[in-house]
Ligand binder design. Structure first.
Ligand code: ZN
Length: 248
């Protein structure tokens, strides 16, 4: 006869219950609906932190949400965390890990954009490195490379990526022209058209959605941005693999 145990423990949860009691309390890591990776504080005096990726070496580190800037722990580059709203035409390069919003009358033409979340209601044309959500609400053309965590293209928007787009997750409600490399899932909604080749871990076609091009399903697709050479040294891919936080 089996020993007297609480009902759920007798069903094989005994070990997991024992582990839970003996493991020290770890900070809770969550992904917000906006796509931010947040480390919750264990104690009230600890700040809540956000995962921030370096522009140059791709090193990821935890930074208090309220911080206005930080420095890369590996390559020492300065990282601004300030938000920017573009209300007028501009061609200045942008380097922040805060959020960038391009308003209806604003535009970013012929420049490099590095940011966390990017919301586009005006025109942009350049290279984009977006560590959060790139949300297109207006037709646009991204002439350079486009790299983001989560790409969203709204209804009635036509976005042209001549050099293709790399993302971890893609939601298309409008029209995407260009090749897509996605390490996660591409969702093509009933109002959407993807004109180009789509390579992803999985592709969800909703009834009415259009895909004109090749469809390839690939596991373990690596879309990591190449690290940039810096005058202080040369960072290799081996450096990147050595860091635990980079695996997040
Ligand atoms: Zn760095």
């Amino acid at each position: 006869m089996s020993p007297l145990l609480p009902k759920e423990e007798s069903k094989g949860h005994l070990l997991s219950g024992w582990l839970k009691r003996d493991t020290p309390k770890r900070s809770k890591i969550i992904t917000t609906p906006k796509g931010d990776v947040i480390k919750k504080a264990n104690h009230p005096h600890e700040p809540e932190k956000r995962l921030v990726r370096c522009f140059d070496c791709n090193h990821r580190q935890w930074v208090p949400i309220s911080a206005e800037s930080t420095q890369c722990g590996r390559c020492s580059v300065y990282i601004s965390m300030g938000d920017l709203v573009i209300k007028n035409p501009s061609s200045q390069n942008i380097r922040t890990r805060g959020d960038v919003t391009v308003e209806k009358r604003g535009s970013l033409i012929g420049c490099d954009i590095a940011c966390h979340n990017l919301t586009v209601m005006g025109q942009i044309s350049g290279s984009v490195d977006c560590s959060g959500v790139a949300h297109f609400k207006h037709s646009s053309k991204v002439m350079g490379s486009m790299h983001c965590k989560h790409l969203i293209i709204e209804k009635r928007c036509e976005i042209f990526f001549p050099q293709g787009v790399m993302a971890e997750e893609v939601d298309v409600y409008g029209t995407l022209i260009g090749n897509v490399l996605c390490s996660g899932v591409i969702r093509i909604y009933p109002t959407a058209s993807v004109i180009g080749d789509a390579t992803a871990k999985s592709i969800v076609m909703k009834d009415g959605g259009v895909l004109t091009g090749m469809m390839s399903i690939r596991q373990n697709l690596d879309i990591t941005l190449p690290t940039k050479k810096r005058s202080t040294g040369f960072l290799t891919d081996t450096d990147a693999a050595e860091d635990d936080e980079d695996q997040l």
